[in-house]
Design a protein around this ligand. Structure first.
Ligand SMILES: [Zn+2]
Ligand SMILES: [Zn+2]
Length: 300
């Protein structure tokens, strides 16, 4: 068997070779490839795409073995445990941060391990992760206090698999200019007083989107029960468990007791509170014949 030409580096090599989409590459290249392609990913890539990625990360790959293991996690600053840590291409981080990164970036652990710290950090600087945003004057603006104006935007992201989609959030706070951020607290207060004028003074105001009757499944059958999820958003204030919601729609006011609270996902019902500006579900029992989409619930 004659010498083969590596489809990535162009050098001659002996031995088995490693297949990618349009050729085979040498063992030297393979060592580099495993640094930047998780699992079997390189198998499905073209040699040109692999070559481009190896070039992009050339410095980090070359320095891989000389990366020192720090005492503390470079993301959260906590002590880095000896065993429970994750090796990135150019750094070590703690498993806590690795797990967060995996969730924030919708990537597997393997994929996170093939990235540089600089690619991961921006996700940790997001307002939703930091709990707020700092303006250029160094003033920290608490995210919760601004959600009345800038609620998280819920989007659906298509993913292959059973559900077909995942919930994803866009945080408008991340794209605010410094000017907008500095004027936001005052505008948030204006918005609150406007809502109070419109709906009266209440602990919270909730706008209804949808009312869903809930069911149990048993032996493949659905059994509907007298429990409903009232989906919508908190326009103002905070809602806690066992708060009372009142509907006024011309008729006499009707009351309902909030038994459980959930976030925007229909199957979650174990929250203790729903914060201002958040989407969520109020769970109520009994016959519910007086709540419609578009209704405003006054919570006290
Ligand atoms: Zn090669
Ligand atoms: Zn950490």
């Amino acid at each position: 068997m004659g010498a083969k030409i590596c489809c990535i580096c162009g050098k001659e090599y002996k031995g088995m070779g490693h297949p990618c989409k349009d050729g085979d590459y040498c063992g030297d290249c393979e060592k580099k490839v495993t640094r930047v392609f998780p699992g079997e990913d390189a198998y499905y890539e073209t040699s040109a795409a692999i070559r481009a990625k190896l070039e992009k990360y050339a410095d980090a790959i070359a320095a891989y073995d000389s990366v020192p293991r720090p005492e503390t996690c470079p993301i959260c600053g906590k002590k880095l445990p000896k065993l429970m840590s994750m090796r990135l291409l150019d750094a070590y981080i703690c498993m806590n941060c690795a797990e967060k990164a995996s969730g924030l970036m919708h990537q597997s652990y393997d994929a996170i391990g093939c990235m540089c710290l600089g690619e991961i950090l921006p996700f940790f600087n997001k307002a939703s992760v930091q709990g707020g945003k700092t303006d250029s004057g160094g003033v920290f603006h608490d995210a919760d206090s601004l959600r009345v104006l800038y609620p998280l935007i819920r989007t659906l992201r298509e993913t292959p698999g059973e559900d077909g989609y995942d919930v994803d959030y866009i945080d408008p706070l991340d794209s605010l200019s410094d000017e907008e951020l500095r004027s936001a607290p005052e505008r948030a207060e204006l918005r609150r007083s406007y809502l109070r004028q419109q709906y009266g003074d209440h602990k919270a105001i909730f706008e209804v989107d949808a009312v869903t009757k809930l069911y149990n499944t048993s032996k493949g059958r659905r059994f509907y029960r007298d429990e409903y999820r009232i989906g919508g958003r908190v326009l103002l204030g905070e809602i806690a468990l066992r708060d009372t919601a009142v509907v006024r729609r011309g008729e006499q006011p009707r009351e309902l007791q909030i038994r459980k609270l959930g976030d925007s996902r229909e199957y979650i019902s174990n929250l203790k509170e729903l914060k201002e500006g958040s989407e969520g579900g109020l769970f109520a029992e009994g016959v519910l014949s007086f709540v419609y989409p578009g209704d405003i619930l006054c919570i006290d």
